[in-house]
Design a protein around this ligand. Structure first.
Ligand SMILES: Cc1cc2nc3c(=O)[nH]c(=O)nc-3n(C[C@H](O)[C@H](O)[C@H](O)COP(=O)(O)O)c2cc1C
Length: 219
């Protein structure tokens, strides 16, 4: 199977963030059998993530607001990448950032041997732009894709957020920016609320809600 010129021996790969950076699950899953490992999001500097609770079970599934906790790119390159390279599987590194400069710095730093593809998580809030996610504005998506393509040493897959009115507009913007592939889809925004108390059930869902809708504009 080919994606953006990279040949995978099969199409099986974990969704970013559900498999750590590979090592955590290697006792349960033979990594040699996967087409690729998609890593947890990595950022230029370490991110602490959200306060707990971060995960909540609901009647219809699980909601989470981990907040992209990760030890930063230097630890990833020194510790996680050499571990992954021992296996016969492709390595797709998921990248997150809070500013355009964050993404570009991370992408540039990842220009090292042993990474087959970059997956860019553009569901992160853009702190220079009122907190709206990068991936919710077509013009921003085209711009950031173009800038990332200038720096990237590997093929670039733009991971789209479903939390938009028309995802095809966003997909076309990523294509116009030069994306080599698209990854669909990131987390659907959710909140578990108590009908009785008329309040969100957990701190994590409150926080998630505030991050996604910084001006209190309800969906
Ligand atoms: C615990 C958890 C952590 C996640 N972390 C990331 C992440 O670091 N980067 C990312 O792009 N997506 C992350 N995701 C989103 C998933 O990769 C996936 O896109 C999302 O869960 C939608 O797929 P699903 O509908 O099959 O759950 C995470 C999801 C979960 C449940």
């Amino acid at each position: 199977m080919d994606i953006a010129g990279i040949t995978l021996k099969n199409p099986v790969m974990p969704a970013s963030g559900t498999f750590g950076s590979g090592q955590e699950y290697s006792g349960f899953v033979d990594l040699d059998r996967l087409g690729a490992v998609v890593t947890k999001g990595v950022s230029l500097v370490p991110w602490e993530g959200n306060p707990t609770p971060r995960i909540m079970e609901t009647a219809s599934g699980m909601i989470n607001a981990v907040g992209l906790q990760n030890p930063g790119i230097e630890v990833f390159i020194r510790r996680d990448l050499p571990f992954l390279r021992q296996f016969d599987t492709k390595v797709i590194v998921n990248v997150c950032g809070s500013t355009v400069a964050d993404y570009l710095g991370a992408v540039e730093r990842l220009s090292v041997q042993g990474i087959d593809m970059l997956e860019i998580n553009i569901s992160c809030p853009n702190v220079e732009h009122g907190g709206i996610a990068f991936g919710q504005e077509p013009r921003m998506v085209e711009y950031i894709t173009k800038e990332i393509k200038k720096k990237a040493a590997q093929p670039v897959s733009m991971k789209l957020t479903p939390n938009v009115t028309d995802i095809t507009e966003i997909a076309k913007a990523a294509e116009a920016g030069g994306a080599d592939a698209l990854s669909l889809i990131n987390t659907i925004t959710g909140m578990s609320a108590s009908g009785k108390r008329k309040k969100p059930e957990t701190a994590c869902s409150v926080r998630h809600f505030l991050i996604k809708y910084p001006y209190g504009v309800l969906p």
